[in-house]
Design a protein around this ligand. Structure first.
Ligand SMILES: [Zn+2]
Ligand SMILES: [Zn+2]
Length: 152
């Protein structure tokens, strides 16, 4: 994956890629650093350089979100293709979703706008299942919430 992107392999870069690929969600740099540090000695500056490199090479995506932190992801199943995100405005979790083609008819949209579409970014803002559930347990019932097997 890294060599295909033209990135020289180092243990730390592999580790960062591994952390990102295992997530299926976009993580703030601080969280990535914490996870990388479970396995490697790494400092913040080095990590940011690696993330910048990944973004520059099209391997990772950088997202600005509601709060101050940039988030990074590789996308679902390592695909460095455009994909969508669901952002929870309560806890800040940013889940990676499939490519926009499944949600938006990109071709039709491009035609209508007479645009040659090179990228699509869709972000769905809302309150995630876990946060809805937490709110529900606090008294207000919002109907049945199927939280699903979240892995956090
Ligand atoms: Zn949430
Ligand atoms: Zn993503």
């Amino acid at each position: 994956m890294l060599t295909r992107a033209g990135i020289e392999l180092t243990p730390l870069r592999l580790c960062v890629a591994d952390v990102l690929s295992g997530e299926g969600q976009a993580l703030p740099a601080a969280d990535i650093l914490a996870r990388v540090r479970e396995r490697h000695r790494a400092n913040k500056v080095t990590l940011y350089r690696i993330l910048d490199l990944f973004v520059e090479k099209g391997l990772a995506f950088r997202h600005s979100s509601g709060d101050r932190a940039f988030r990074y992801c590789l996308g679902p199943r390592f695909s460095s293709r455009a994909h969508c995100h669901a952002y929870c405005v309560r806890c800040g979790r940013m889940e990676c979703l499939p490519a926009p083609e499944t949600l938006v008819d990109v071709a039709a949209l491009g035609e209508r706008m007479a645009m040659d579409v090179v990228g699509v970014e869709v972000r769905i803002d809302g309150v995630c299942a876990a946060c809805r559930k937490a709110a529900g347990e606090g008294g207000e019932t919002d109907g049945p919430v199927d939280a699903g097997p979240g892995n956090n």
